[in-house]
Write a protein that binds this ligand. Sequence first.
Ligand code: F6R
Length: 262
Amino acid sequence: MEVIVLKDAESVGKEAARMIAELIRRKPNAVLGLATGSTPEPCYAELVRMHKEEGLDFSQVTTFNLDEYYPIDPRHEQSYRYYMDTKLFNHININKANTYVPYGLAPDPDEYCCWYEEQIKRAGGIDLQILGIGHNGHIAFNEPGSSFASRTRLIVLTAETIKANSRFFEREEDVPRYALTMGMGTILEARKIVLLATGEGKADAVAAAIEGPITTMCPASALQLHPDVTFILDEGAASKLKRRDYYEHCRKLLSELKMKRA
Ligand code: F6R
């Protein structure tokens, strides 16, 4: 597990965008797993800039989003489909047919979730999965208690998540009570995972995910079981890590070794 601490949210977004761009240049038909929320916004802004100014080519890229409220019309301004279109997809040369966001009006959610899993498999699996983290340690909409073996499914949102996300809606009552989400098992199958966290409000969840026991009560702690995970944090989100000096020491020595071998 690699832990990178940067000065602010913008630097976190830029570093994540740099990793995504590096993958797309190496593998033009890369499959990306994407998250919504406020944390990845600077990353998407940087990808748009890279496309416009540096010609970063998304024409062969496929994307799968982690989650979507249920029920919600994809045209609703708070839907995750709307978020992805307006923050990223409308501004890059991606083929929209290759952008998958769970469909918030699926008539049969169970059947739809199986279909979604099938599309991930048919695309060859996810090369790089971007994640955010909830205050309660959730990843995607896998709330505390979610099985590490869970697959894409319909879930009931916790009161805590509804409250946290009500900042985007007019009233708390307007936040949908359900969501469709990739499962923990689905996420853990991605070849590489990059979790972004910014702000002191995330410090407890980040410390529990990286240094706490592996428990379903902190879903992000399951990432300790994955062979290729990078946490990109700003100072606030890293403020409760006990072994921060050690992570920095490791990064420094490993990059020295890489330079010597190059
Ligand atoms: C959204 C998602 C969620 C968010 C998390 C943090 O697709 O998967 O798990 O990443 O709720 O949200 P923000 O970034 O708004 O703090």
